[in-house]
Design a protein around this ligand. Structure first.
Ligand code: FAD
Length: 322
């Protein structure tokens, strides 16, 4: 049995850990307070809001099978069919949108059951030592035979740089080519119902807003609460605006809210929200180093489905290496 450290307890890291854990000693570490990465849910007063990934679609039989397991386990359910536009469901594209039950974060928590997952554990550097890895934390260190990095690629590269690990030139160039779009999420809680059209979600065009969802209608929240995601260009342009400025601009532009006063608001800035330039393979095995794999949604797939399948493919490759 080899010791494997997986950085990141999002869909990619957890999918990988489930493949590797029956055969090796696997530790998943995440700097976040909870499990799930960008499949994030937040509570504000009695309101509950999914503020990262909003729904899941399936485009492969492999992932559709996995989602069926989640439905059977009671952590996912169909939310709506088709695409949404500015007035709710705009038309069928043949795909069901699944939500987490009760929240998006329920699914990664289900995947983590039985695994050794350590949250609030930030990796600060990766070093090599005698053909093994030394994984450095603020006040601790783990040695590992193999490492999988599922953190957003720029963050993964920073960990190697901090430990003085030199990647093969081609690997480095391929990883540096990966790009992400940012997204600002505005979360707003209301004291009376917010009437968004069925299914309680909108996608806008010609607006700073890309997506809005109301969480009572979605079945997530006991109290009216809306998540608003801004477009990549708005997010870039307004990244350093104060939270008050962002809230005023975004909620002011939000249809169906009619500039109503929210009882509570929060802002979350997703620096690496979605890959805009992905790597063209499901994972990357670093050459000329102790076993090291890169995986995540930036590897050939995007979204929850891409992240999950990337983690699986990376784990299969890892099994062949250790
Ligand atoms: C606003 C938004 C909306 C989205 N909407 C959808 C949607 O509707 N449908 C869909 O399918 N997808 C959506 N996505 C994309 C989806 O959330 C991601 O593709 C998927 O969750 C990525 O999973 P991952 O495991 O690759 O990465 P992540 O979930 O980002 O996991 C990486 C983890 O690495 C951890 N980490 C980073 N650095 C360190 C470190 N130094 N030490 C320890 N841990 C570290 C992070 O804390 C994080 O938990 C959305 C994303 C965002 C941000």
């Amino acid at each position: 049995m080899s010791n494997v450290v997986i950085v990141g307890a999002g869909f990619a890291g957890l999918a990988a850990a489930r493949v590797l854990a029956p055969k090796h000693t696997v530790i998943v570490v995440d700097k976040g307070r909870g499990i799930g990465g960008r499949a994030a849910t937040r509570r504000i007063d009695e309101a509950t809001l999914d503020h990262g990934a909003q729904f899941i679609t399936t485009h492969t039989a492999e992932f559709a099978d996995e989602v069926q397991h989640w439905i059977t386990a009671g952590v996912a359910a169909p939310w709506f069919h088709g695409q949404v536009g500015p007035h709710g469901v705009a038309g069928s594209d043949g795909h069901v949108r699944y939500r987490g039950t009760p929240t998006m974060n329920s699914i990664p928590r289900h995947l983590a059951a039985g695994l050794d997952v350590r949250t609030s554990t930030t990796v600060t550097a990766l070093h090599t030592e005698n053909d093994r890895w030394r994984v450095q934390f603020d006040d601790d260190v783990l040695t590992a035979d193999a490492v999988m990095l599922t953190s957003p690629v720029p963050q993964s590269l920073a960990l190697l740089d901090a430990g003085g690990v030199v990647l093969d030139t081609d690997d480095r160039a391929a990883l540096e080519a990966v790009r992400y779009d940012p997204c600002i999420a505005v979360l707003a809680v209301y004291d009376s119902p917010v009437e968004l059209p069925e299914p309680g979600a909108l996608r806008l065009t010609d607006s700073p807003i890309d997506w809005m969802a109301e969480h009572v209608r979605k079945g997530v929240s006991a109290r009216p609460a809306v998540t608003v995601h801004t477009t990549a260009s708005f997010s870039e342009e307004h990244w350093t605006d104060s939270n008050d400025e962002v809230v005023a601009t975004v909620l002011g532009a939000a249809p169906f809210l009619h500039a109503r006063a929210a009882v509570a608001t929060q802002v979350h800035r997703w620096r690496y929200a979605r890959p805009s330039v992905p790597h063209p393979a499901p994972c990357l095995h670093a050459t000329n180093l102790p076993p090291l794999l890169f995986a995540g949604d930036a590897f050939d797939g995007a979204k929850v489905e891409g992240a999950f399948l990337s983690g699986r493919r990376a784990a299969e490759q890892m099994l062949a290496l250790i």
